[in-house]
Design a protein around this ligand. Structure first.
Ligand SMILES: *Cc1c(COP(=O)(O)O)cnc(C)c1O
Length: 481
């Protein structure tokens, strides 16, 4: 299981490739390239044969855990298996080799695809218009909050506050702050959702918006959303919905019809882009009509049969991203939506919700379930029962690795101490879910009978528990040859 650094595999004069000597006179680099562009020998540069190089990187890649190698139940992340056809589509030369400075005339296909994707997202969410520009979920949130700020500024009555429930994603208060708002925090009541009374008490005419995550970070649907939206709208505020987890709602519920004014989508979660490690992502934003003038520019417009980019938008919040956003991710999303069709998307959401509830029901009793009710695409347990034998969430997560599973999201959301957040997604079979449930139940039993085996896990990996704090504080990023 051990693999040295590529530098340590180096042996002087060993070559990666061997090609015949040239049959023309050799030139001396300094004769043809100016000296400032040439660098001296790189000290300690690895000299490794081709097969050793290939084996080195292949072995490293196999230590990684991905959705192609196993079940990845990472709550709030929607790590679903993405059909490979969408990867093929994203690599079609006509798209992948298009240059961003190409004229509109030579980019009609790409513009049409983006235009239609905006339409699909409007249809799925019930919003009036969509921009594809933001590069991630949190970037979409910032875009939405900047538009709301601009709306009030434009009216000559800037507002200062945003209300955010404690069940919202952590990026929500961060995005609100970045857009210049101060955050008023409210608490979930009534079994994990916010109630109209709490919102009514907090809402006033200096509040620009209520920003909620729906389904929220407990995996629950905000049942009172319509009534809450009415309260906020009556005082002139907007409803911002963090729609990162649309996987539970596609084809079933349109948030735009429940009073939501702004929503961001995470194409890299719900709509077929493999993600993790920080990107790349795409976080389109949908808005209702009154916010349309503030959308980032350029906008894609259609006149007759011709598509073009419109920069003449005086009220726009401006550009949020170089060029037009992460286009290859839009391609995958478009391909996914077209391949699935309306019925397919609905079925995917139904399966995601069914799978999450199946796991919840089977693990209930073995693990503490703080909010025991029908969930959406994920459910949140905690280590409360195992803590009695001094076994904690991190130990349970590490032990799952021994059983061949990627750990779920842990210690999030913060309102559940020792949270274990499980999102199976629609793509897993009942057999896989049963194997996972079996492993979780076995670990619960081990926690009682043999807590040490859980507390010292993982036992089957190349390295076991790493000193994560030290790795973050004093990382060794350079080989000292
Ligand atoms: C993932 C997620 C985000 C952040 O999305 P990024 O693309 O990582 O910026 C925001 N809100 C919720 C509910 C999420 O699950």
């Amino acid at each position: 299981m051990s693999e040295p650094l590529i530098f340590e595999k180096s042996s002087a004069k060993r070559k990666g490739v061997s090609i015949p000597k040239p049959d023309c006179p050799e030139t001396n680099p300094p004769d043809v390239i100016s000296k400032e562009f040439l660098r001296d020998d790189i000290k300690g540069f690895p000299e490794v044969s081709e097969v050793d190089t290939v084996r080195h990187w292949t072995r490293l890649s196999q230590w990684n855990f991905g959705v192609d190698s196993g079940f990845y139940p990472l709550g709030s992340c929607t790590m679903k298996y993405n059909p490979k056809i969408n990867e093929d589509t994203a690599r079609l030369a006509g798209f992948s080799k298009a240059h961003p400075y190409q004229s509109d005339e030579l980019s009609q296909g790409a513009l049409q695809l983006m235009y239609e994707l905006e339409g699909f997202l409007c249809e799925i969410s019930g919003m009036d218009t969509v921009t594809l520009q933001p590069a991630a979920g949190a970037h979409g949130e910032l875009c939405g909050m900047l538009m709301i700020a601009q709306y009030f500024k434009e009216k000559g009555k800037p507002r200062k506050k945003v209300i955010i429930p404690d069940t919202a994603h952590g990026t929500n208060p961060a995005s609100s702050h970045l857009a210049g708002f101060s955050v008023v925090s409210i608490k979930e009541e009534n079994g994990g959702v916010i109630t109209p009374d709490v919102v009514a008490a907090a809402m006033d005419e200096d509040t620009a918006a209520l920003m909620l995550t729906n389904p929220n970070t407990l995996g629950l649907f905000e049942l009172n959303i319509k009534e809450i939206a009415d309260i906020v709208h009556k005082k002139g505020g907007f409803i911002y919905c963090d729609g990162a987890n649309l996987n539970a709602l596609m084809g079933i519920a349109k948030l735009g019809e429940m009073g939501v004014d702004v929503i961001q989508f995470n194409l890299h979660k719900t709509f077929s882009t493999p993600h993790g490690g920080g990107g790349p992502g795409s976080g389109p934003v949908g808005v209702e009509k009154s916010l349309e003038p503030f959308l980032p520019k350029p906008r894609i417009i259609k006149k007759g049969k011709r598509f073009s980019l419109d920069y003449n938008r005086p009220k726009s919040i401006g550009r949020l991203k170089a060029f037009y956003g992460n286009f290859a991710i839009m391609l995958r999303a478009y391909s996914y939506i077209r391949a699935m069709g309306a019925d397919g998307l609905k079925k995917a959401s139904e399966m995601a919700v069914l799978n999450a509830n199946y796991i919840k029901e089977k693990l209930k009793g073995h693990y503490y379930l703080p909010y025991d009710q029908t969930c959406m695409h994920e459910s949140v347990f905690s280590d409360k029962l195992q803590a009695e034998s001094d076994v904690h969430t991190l130990d349970i997560a590490k032990r799952l690795i021994d059983y061949g599973f990627h750990p779920p999201t842990i210690y999030f959301p913060l309102i559940v101490p020792g949270a274990i957040m499980i999102e199976p997604t629609e793509t897993e079979t009942k057999e896989v879910l049963d194997e996972f449930i079996g492993a979780m139940i076995k670990i619960a039993k081990e926690a009682k009978d043999n807590p040490d085996i859980v507390k010292n896990a993982p036992h089957t990996t190349r390295v076991s528990r790493l000193d994560e704090a030290r790795a973050a504080r004093s990382p060794v990023l350079r080989w000292k040859g």
